[in-house]
Write a protein that binds this ligand. Structure first.
Ligand code: SAM
Length: 228
């Protein structure tokens, strides 16, 4: 499978079965046990990012690009904390849901701004660029290109999460249970931390804070890197 296929499949998935599945997982309605576990794990990742950013005490007015924003799980609380958020996602459906949620929760309809856009084509310059749980959909070489592009947009800081290769066997098995069956599936790629750090360094960034969220079915390594 080539890279274009990966992206086309991911886009179609998040506009169809993937949308229904992840909207439920990222929502607050009733879900099955596996989905509840993934919801809990993902919330922990989001909470960790929010706690890092809030600890710096400079969120108000800070420009943040949330690349692959999904249903707005991070963008919306960041906007609530008065950051200026530029949220985008390759999936029209995910962006639609994010907008709907934002309109229910936030008083200001202009922040975040939402766009249907693949992250490879994002332009502009942002204090902080964040990309959570997106790289899992792409092989290493493509992930390297994506990370390099995101670094080029970041004035000061980039925050990324990925599924670490260390847990390969158990993770692959578990991913099998939340991406079941070829018709519903996207491939799940694991990334070696050393490879991610190397590409960050190549782009002039060094890791400052790191975290690992691990539940039964959700594994996400989180890195914050700043410009050297
Ligand atoms: N970042 C969000 C979060 O943590 O709540 C969503 C994570 S969800 C597992 C992955 C998201 O990445 C989906 O919404 C999908 O549409 C998006 N995505 C996948 N490939 C993308 C790409 N090349 N550019 C932008 N978004 C992409």
């Amino acid at each position: 499978m080539n890279v274009t296929d990966d992206k086309t499949i991911v886009k179609e998935y998040f506009n169809s079965t993937g949308f229904d599945r992840w909207r439920r997982i990222y929502g607050d309605g009733e879900v099955n046990k596996v989905q509840l576990d993934i919801r809990t794990g993902h919330q922990q990742t989001v909470e960790t990012v929010l706690s890092w950013l809030k600890a710096d005490n400079n969120l108000a007015g800070l420009s943040i690009c949330d690349a692959g924003c999904g249903t707005g799980s991070l963008s919306i609380p960041l906007a609530e904390a008065e950051a200026k958020v530029y949220a985008s996602d390759i999936s029209e459906k995910m962006v639609g849901e994010a907008k709907e949620k934002a309109s229910q929760i936030l008083a200001n309809a202009e922040n975040p701004t939402f766009a249907v856009q693949d992250l490879e084509t994002i332009s502009g310059s942002y204090h902080t660029v964040i990309c959570l749980d997106v790289l899992i959909h792409y092989p290493q070489q493509k992930a390297d290109e994506m990370i390099s592009h995101l670094c080029s947009l970041a004035q000061s800081r980039i925050i990324l999460s990925f599924a670490p290769k260390t847990f390969a066997l158990s993770l692959l098995k578990k991913i099998g249970s939340f991406f079941p069956g070829a018709s519903k599936a996207t491939r799940a790629y694991l990334h070696r931390e050393a490879d991610v750090v190397k590409i960050l360094q190549k782009n002039g960034f060094s890791v400052q804070r790191q975290s690992m969220t691990r539940t039964r079915f959700y594994f996400s390594r989180l890195l914050e890197a700043t410009r050297q």
